[in-house]
Design a protein around this ligand. Structure first.
Ligand code: NDP
Length: 291
């Protein structure tokens, strides 16, 4: 008979605090060695309310760590050509060390084309093809922020990933796919589930095998707590606004009675993601001063 456990909480705010302290020290050391501080730029097109709230939290975290952070607002109707010219100007500016293009962008902007215009050493979110290719080869420390945050949560449990059955639900370019590469680098045995897994009626079966489960779909409580293997580590990336507030993709209250570790939503992956953006900024800075 399987025994039930009550999960320990993977507290994102606490983990973010620890990581911020480490980065703060690194920024001080780099400043005393070079006389400089990384300057990061977030290029936002238009100024919708939720984008501004996220940018404000980035600014706050950057300031806590001691980095320079600048939000640039371009007009909602900026053309693709004008935007690319602006990015090229930032690429050429030696006083700018990291650049991100705030999502969502208006529908007339081709995000991938713009992302691929970023100087790969300044690509704060690790989203241009050169950095994704380097990530596949294990040759860069600039990696997409949410997958990096998930890896930090897993690391904080002290559990080795080697040989573990890991199931990732969600295969987006920004979370599921890059995360599966990072997990492979740690020699986990990775299954990636997506919409077709659900359509085939196999989602529950895959989840039931997971010693480590990571869910990044964006559907409130898609994963039922009763599907989770006893003792599993559960990382819930999902953020879903429902009538009573924000919930994740996993049915938390039931899942916590089966899991060994679980992230809450909110307060799990989110706070660490923004710190990973700053870590990329410091890495980008180091690459540029090393040249
Ligand atoms: P996307 O919509 O880009 O991707 C969702 C993925 O889930 C796709 O691979 C999709 O497949 C798959 N999917 C959709 N429905 C199902 C289903 N029923 N069963 C299995 N797979 C399914 O989302 P993101 O990756 O950008 O974000 C996922 C969630 O994570 C969202 O809630 C988002 O808000 C949150 N998020 C949280 C962050 C944080 O820092 N905490 C950062 C980034 C995202 P297909 O495309 O084939 O339909």
């Amino acid at each position: 008979m399987e025994t039930t456990v009550s999960a320990q909480i993977l507290d994102g705010k606490q983990l973010a605090k620890t990581l911020k302290e480490q980065l703060k020290k690194e920024v001080i050391e780099l400043k005393s060695a070079t006389g400089k501080v990384a300057h990061l730029i977030n290029v936002m097109i238009g100024n919708d309310y939720s984008s501004c709230a996220y940018a404000n939290s980035q600014k706050r975290v950057a300031e806590e760590i001691g980095l320079n952070y600048e939000l640039v607002n371009l007009a909602q109707n900026v053309s693709q050509g004008e935007l690319i010219k602006y990015i090229q100007k930032l690429n050429a500016d030696p006083n700018v060390h990291g650049i991100m293009i705030h999502k969502p962008v208006p529908s007339h902007i081709d995000y991938h084309e713009v992302a691929n215009c970023l100087d790969m050493r300044k690509d704060l979110e690790g989203i241009n093809v050169a950095n994704i290719g380097k990530m596949l080869l294990g040759e860069t420390q600039i990696i997409p922020c949410t997958p990096a945050a998930v890896m930090e949560h897993l690391r904080s449990t002290g559990m080795s990933l080697r040989g573990k059955e890991v199931v990732v639900v969600g295969a987006s370019e920004i979370v599921g796919k890059p995360l599966s590469l990072l997990l492979l680098r740690e020699y986990a045995t990775v299954s990636v589930c997506h919409i077709a897994t659900s359509e085939a009626g196999k989602l529950q079966e895959h989840i039931g095998r997971a010693e480590i489960l990571i869910v990044a779909v964006g559907k409130a409580e898609l994963v039922k707590g009763s599907w989770i293997k006893n003792g599993a580590i559960v990382v819930d990336v999902g953020i879903n606004q429902v009538k009573d507030g924000i919930v994740g993709d996993v049915e938390f209250e039931v899942a916590r009675e089966r899991a060994s570790w679980i992230t809450p939503v909110p307060g799990g992956v989110g706070p660490v993601t923004v710190v990973m953006l700053m870590r990329n900024g410091i890495e980008a800075f180091k690459q540029q001063i090393r040249k």
